[in-house]
Design a protein. Structure first.
Length: 435
């Protein structure tokens, strides 16, 4: 097996630097919540491939489903000759996604493709051009995706001009309220601001869609008040705007619910899934109201690899695993354990300004001072590095890069979780001593 040093040299020679890497290791094997590198070092994985491995790395049921499908056919292309896994998975998503109305589903390859197709469908259905997105949002790196994404560096910087007719409004970020209010006394000023937006920014009758993450992922694991989305959806409905919920990172059990939309009691017109949908196979989906999904003309939607049969087989196995191994319930309990541990960390370390999230989709926002709430981005970077040196894979996020987030597999074993949390505690201790 080639060494890390050898592979790093080849990487530098053959792969552009723009394709970023968080950690300087090469994987040789991954199983459950453990990643092994080519030097036979093992790491506890709190990153899950950036939210892709909710059921765990190389879950046996998923691997077997892919193997069995590969022996039959690998890619005849659904647009040429149809196949059952595409239909079966579409039916499954139509059944399990929130919404008491007839639904339809189409498949693509990545989260960004799901986003782009959802906007296409909404524009076709409404015959309107404009789209509203939110501050701190992340919706991908394609032309429209990066226009919808909020953070400039590294996602948009130098790549302009971006796609037009995208308008941005503040999100319900209670820890850093854009309106200087405090919940619940604010009466959801951030939601009501949407009506003002139609006067000052873009007319409501020109808006095709509003796209939002129920829990903002890359933006900092930001969770709005529970009543927020119901009010936003009411305003969208009153103006004929398609309400799109981007559950690419929050879906498939990540928040203790199959979809975070369930927690908020909202039924999106369109809902987007990817990441953990197929446990590592490239697959994304747009699911929504049948009348909206069925609006585009024949041939207006699709792509050569969308709904690849191997990926569809993997996703069907994921749904079986979620049910048979009770992973949603395990996720709820996992979230409770991690939240308790995080609250204890907050009591010990002043650098932690806020603990937030849903289920095991939890984040720690780091600040230099709890009064000023100045972001502690460098400290977050150091914690990720110290954790890595002690065999724990962590990710940071947030527009300021000051949020530590957890995306460990829902199937993580108790001893692995405890070891990982101990490493995290130690990392905070070291940063406090050196800070």
């Amino acid at each position: 097996m080639r060494s890390t040093e050898e592979l790093l040299k080849l990487r530098a020679k053959h792969v552009p630097k723009g394709v970023f890497n968080i950690l300087p290791i090469f994987v040789s094997k991954a199983e459950g919540a453990i990643i092994s590198d080519v030097e036979d070092r093992q790491y506890i994985d709190f990153a899950g491939g950036i939210g892709v491995e909710n059921v765990g790395h190389c879950a046996r049921r998923v691997v077997e489903a892919v193997q069995q499908q590969a022996q039959k056919y690998m890619h005849p292309c659904f647009h040429v000759t149809m196949y059952a896994p595409y239909i079966d998975l579409a039916q499954k998503l139509n059944e399990v996604t929130p919404g008491r109305f007839p639904k339809m589903t189409m498949f693509a390859n990545s989260g960004a493709e799901a986003v782009e197709n959802a906007i296409k469908i909404a524009r076709y259905y409404t015959k309107r051009p404009a789209v509203i997105a939110f501050e701190n949002a992340f919706h991908g790196r394609t032309l429209l995706g990066m226009a919808l994404t909020s953070k400039v560096k590294p996602y948009k910087w130098g790549f302009g001009p971006v796609a037009p007719e995208v308008y941005r409004i503040p999100f319900a970020y209670c820890y850093r309220c854009s309106y200087g209010r405090t919940y619940p006394a604010c009466d959801l000023r951030c939601a009501e601001a949407l009506n003002d937006f139609f006067v000052n920014q873009v007319s409501g009758d020109q808006v095709a869609a509003l796209i939002v993450e129920p829990v903002q992922g890359e933006g900092g694991f930001i969770v709005p008040p529970r009543k927020y989305f119901k009010r936003v959806k009411e305003i969208c409905d009153a103006n004929g705007i398609v309400f799109i919920m981007d559950e690419i990172q929050s879906g498939m059990g990540r928040t203790g619910y199959l979809f975070a939309s369930e927690y908020f009691g909202v039924e999106p017109d369109l809902i987007l899934t990817a990441k953990s949908l197929a446990a590592g196979m490239p697959l994304s989906a747009v699911t929504g109201k049948a009348e909206i999904m069925d609006a585009p003309h024949v041939g207006g939607l699709g792509g050569t690899y969308g709904g690849n049969p191997l990926a569809c087989a993997a996703a069907l196995a994921v749904f079986d695993l979620l049910q048979e191994e009770h992973l949603i319930e395990k996720g709820k309990k996992l979230g409770q354990k991690v939240r308790r541990a995080f609250e204890q960390l907050k009591e010990k370390y002043e650098i932690i300004g806020a603990v937030r999230g849903l289920g095991p989709m939890l984040g720690l926002e780091l600040v230099k001072d709890r009064e000023t709430r100045e972001p502690a981005a460098e400290e977050a970077r150091k914690i990720v590095q110290i954790a890595f040196e002690n065999r724990l894979i962590l990710l940071s996020c947030g527009n300021f890069g000051n949020v530590i987030r957890t995306l460990m597999p829902l199937s993580i074993e108790d001893d692995q979780l405890e070891r990982g949390l101990a490493v995290l505690d130690d990392a905070f201790s070291r940063v406090r001593r050196t800070g």
